[in-house]
Design a binder for this molecule. Structure first.
Ligand code: UDP
Ligand code: MG
Length: 311
């Protein structure tokens, strides 16, 4: 019988763990009744939770030997948690899913069908309706537009990390061992035939989202810097353009001095121009700095996460 490995990042998810486990068990039992027989194994990744998440997972492990876990030494973030899951998970198919049931396990049978019957390698999930405040909705749709324009990876709007993958696909994802991880981009970069299915967004089963607006902005920046060097080119063009304009300005000033003479007037405009050019320079320096920062972290070659316990 084939096995489906489930990667489940958990950070302070005490209220959700058991709800999640029960729901997944229900889905797999239902699949059995419909003659879809698969083994499944869980890989919970405890991302440095400060509540009882780990003991709840251990509790499940004592009842069910298909439950495995990796527990980090501190909070490393969901991207690292997913990386740890991918490093450890077994199975012929692998799914990444949130523990808060916002990635409904009930979609799994449909996803498997696309892989088994239609020959897809990956099935990703796209949230159709999503309750979001207008500012977030606007920022998020702008992010997808920008990243799809700038980078050579195509990321579908509102795509979740929730996806079912074949072993071959997972093995290829594992070849991308970068430290700065933007998993949505990595998944897309690896390629293969991907089917996207849409579903209506669901509220969290319990607890609260861990994302602040600032973290989302950082995450977006990570996505752009990791998968595109267009901002560097923009910096070059902005620099080139202001250089060109300044040459014209210079010629104008020199000619005026030769033909009309007189003192140069208008220092307020001069100051404004200097400030403007300084702003442009700092902006471009900031862009370059972002890339240098990434290179710095990448060359240190640190591990993506530290495991404290694993079973
Ligand atoms: N998560 C994690 N580490 C973190 C933050 C979140 O492993 O530092 C997990 C979290 O437990 C959940 C998933 O990532 O299973 C998605 O987090 P959340 O629900 O907060 O994000 P949202 O659904 O709001 O995008
Ligand atoms: Mg969630």
């Amino acid at each position: 019988m084939e096995t489906i490995g489930l990667i489940v990042p958990c950070y302070n998810e005490e209220p959700s763990i058991n709800l999640f486990y029960d729901e997944v068990e229900r889905v797999f039992n239902e699949m059995k009744e419909n003659n879809m027989n698969y083994n499944h194994e869980y890989w919970f990744v405890n991302d440095g939770s400060s509540d009882n998440t780990l003991s709840l997972i251990k509790n499940l492990r004592s009842k069910d030997k298909n439950v495995h876990y990796v527990s980090f030494s501190r909070n490393f973030g969901k991207e690292s948690a997913m990386a740890a899951g991918l490093d450890n998970v077994g199975g012929d198919y692998v799914a990444v899913m949130d523990v808060d049931l916002q990635d409904p396990p009930a979609l799994l049978p449909k996803m498997i069908k696309y892989i088994k019957e239609d020959g897809y390698d990956v099935v990703g999930c796209v949230q159709k309706t999503r309750k979001q405040n207008p500012v977030r909705a606007f920022l998020s749709s702008s992010f997808y537009k920008v990243i799809n324009k700038m980078s050579d990876v195509e990321i579908k709007q509102n795509v979740r990390d929730y996806r079912l993958m074949t072993r071959q696909y997972v093995d290829n994802v594992l070849k991308l061992c970068e430290y700065n991880r933007f998993t949505k981009g990595i998944f897309s970069w690896v390629g293969f035939n991907t089917k996207y299915i849409e579903y209506d967004g669901v509220e969290r089963a319990a607890g609260e989202s861990h994302w602040s607006l600032y973290q989302l902005l950082e995450y977006s920046l990570e996505g752009i810097v990791d998968f595109s060097d267009v901002p560097l080119k923009v910096a070059t063009w902005v620099g080139g353009f202001s250089f060109f304009i300044s040459i014209i300005g210079l010629i104008f000033v020199v000619l005026r001095a030769i033909f009309f003479g007189g003192a140069v007037s208008g220092w307020p405009s001069l100051v404004s121009i200097i400030l403007f050019i300084n702003g442009v320079q700092l902006f471009c320096l900031g862009i370059a700095g972002n890339y240098i920062g990434k290179i710095y972290l990448e060359t240190k070659n640190r591990p993506k996460y530290i495991v404290k316990e694993k079973e």
